[in-house]
Write a protein that binds this ligand. Sequence first.
Ligand SMILES: Nc1nc2c(ncn2[C@@H]2O[C@H](COP(=O)(O)OP(=O)(O)OP(=O)(O)O)[C@@H](O)[C@H]2O)c(=O)[nH]1
Ligand SMILES: [Mg+2]
Length: 679
Amino acid sequence: MAQFDPRKVRNVGFAGHGGVGKTMLIERILYSAGLTTRLGSIEDGNTVCDYLEDEKDRKCSIAMKLVHLDWKGTRIHIVDHPGYTDFIGELCASSAVLDALVILVDATTGVQVGTDIAWKYAEKRQIPRAIFVNKLDREHTNFNEVVEKIQNAYGKHCVPIVMPIGQSANLSGVVNIVTGDASVLGAEAEKAKEAIVEVVAETDEALMEKYLETFELSQEEFDKGLQKGISTGKIIPIIAGSVTKGIGHEELLDIIANSFPNPLERTVVAKNSAGEDVVITPDPDGPFVAQVFRSMVDPFVGHLTYFRVFSGTLRSDSDFYNSSTQTKERSGKIVMLIGKEQKQIAEVGPGDIAAMTKLKNTHFGDTLTVSGNEIKLPTIELPRSMVKLAISPKSRNDEDRIGEALNRMAEEDPTFSHYRDNETGEHVIRGMGDLQIEILLNRMKRKYNVEAETRIPKVAYKETIRGKAEVQGKYKKQTGGHGQYGDVHLRLSPNERGGGYKFVDSIVGGVVPKQYIPAVDKGAQEALAKGVISGHPVVDIVVDLFFGSYHTVDSSELAFKIAASLAIQKGVREANPCILEPIMEITVTVPEDFMGDITGDLNSRRGRILGMEPVGGGLQQIRALVPESEILRYATDLRSMTGGRGTFDLKFSHYDEVPEFIAKDIIAAYEKSREAGNE
Ligand SMILES: Nc1nc2c(ncn2[C@@H]2O[C@H](COP(=O)(O)OP(=O)(O)OP(=O)(O)O)[C@@H](O)[C@H]2O)c(=O)[nH]1
Ligand SMILES: [Mg+2]
């Protein structure tokens, strides 16, 4: 396939709430462009994009997919994204790729949470966009009402350009009121066109002046102004359509081809090894620069790495350099995708989106370039994963393999990760939501034959003392032969919070011989690490060894270690012990209406509100301190409290005492489990 003129390339993402029809719109588009000979359906599980087993089972998209087509001489790459919030990471990951976004809105519902998420995503990255109002064939839909909802939410610079002819069951087509013959719509089209002239005038001061004087713009001023307004995101065209009826998608493609920006209009700034900015010019003859935005481990094709080229040209079977991992790589086969179908191509240039096979040391977000070019493209920002679960394999035989399987899945989905929690000793997985995790665990079973169980992770409680104690620990065994003898007197006192463990040697006159003192220290530490009242490590404690005795023959390091441990067991109990719990600082961002519910709920979780402030866009941010044990399922709870409109962030703040009534339960549970022989 010949190198395409980059000015004739468009990179577009489809986004929006779950179920608005993104995947079916692509199905329609591919069919119209002659790339498929039949129209698949979600119900039959035979669409080009939703080809994964889980997608067919659940009838929704789960991972991003790529297709490309040639539309009237323009090559359009489209990325399909899942709408469900658990998979929002997919949209973020492709920010390196997209030069524009089409946000779909369901005409039966209007603006939804998923619309907002896509809109904010595009605003933040200043990506030009269009809005496709789908399902206008459905009963009780009204295009003008949907437009009003869109304008109320996002502003008047969202203007209808492709309008419906008829509605619901009588929807018979659409017309582009700028380029087409809109006479069937009569005065309605005239009014809509007037609105477009106004927003075009608003994009430029000189145009505005002229418009205010004469109330009109020349055809050329209007055409150029509209095109530029759309390609810079100042004007958002609204397109009416119905995927089911095959209406509106061709008009959408025309707008993508004629008005969306080409890759040359996007400047990318990388950093060199000295931390200086390097502007990447999209020159086909310049040095090759590309970024990886997905890594797939496919049982049939092996490892497939998706990337977008920003500059230069890469041929198949040629060498290049991964400046992120600082390794040399070889391109192998280069393919462009239409769903799962791979089309081999000889080379790729600026703006192209393609995939390579068999890369060894290349991961999500890496910069690919030529040897010696030590630059890095900006990192791809992903949302923080807030759902944590402890995981263990169902069968002991799988213990080694589970780590490997989880690694592979984290490689494919950068919003998923796993680690060993040193405090609790548990293996923990992190993800965006329960559905994502469920799907990943199913895939682990299917692909890697590893079955796992998950549970709410343990809280890293600790113990400490609030008072002082003076205790003796004596270990004496003299039954025949060589005996054991160790005797220590310890003073226990609280250390400041966060001060950890401190050992003081106050022995005078060698009542505990020098060589045994490290054993006392060690014995104390081991006993403290095991915990005394609840099985959690004792922290923030000063252990002062002030007296003891020994036996010339029977004393040993072991005997002194045991003696110290006995003293600790007794002493901690006498020194007014308590349990400490981690307290998190939580920042919750929600629409104003939810403020009362959220603060009330945080209070009921033993939270302490630190402050609230508006953060723009009708959102409020609430900061609070909450015990970690109360918010282990907060991601799920907040979603259900706010219908997915709330977000939150967490960071560790400090340890604090667990209230008596809760400590009692923790201790009782520990004792029960100890009696059962589990501790
Ligand atoms: N009546 C009607 N139904 C439609 C239209 N477009 C899509 N649908 C139906 O809406 C459902 C969801 O369509 P999808 O294409 O899977 O939606 P999606 O936006 O890709 O959904 P996610 O991948 O879950 O985000 C399917 O059952 C489609 O047949 C339309 O124009 N009219
Ligand atoms: Mg879909």
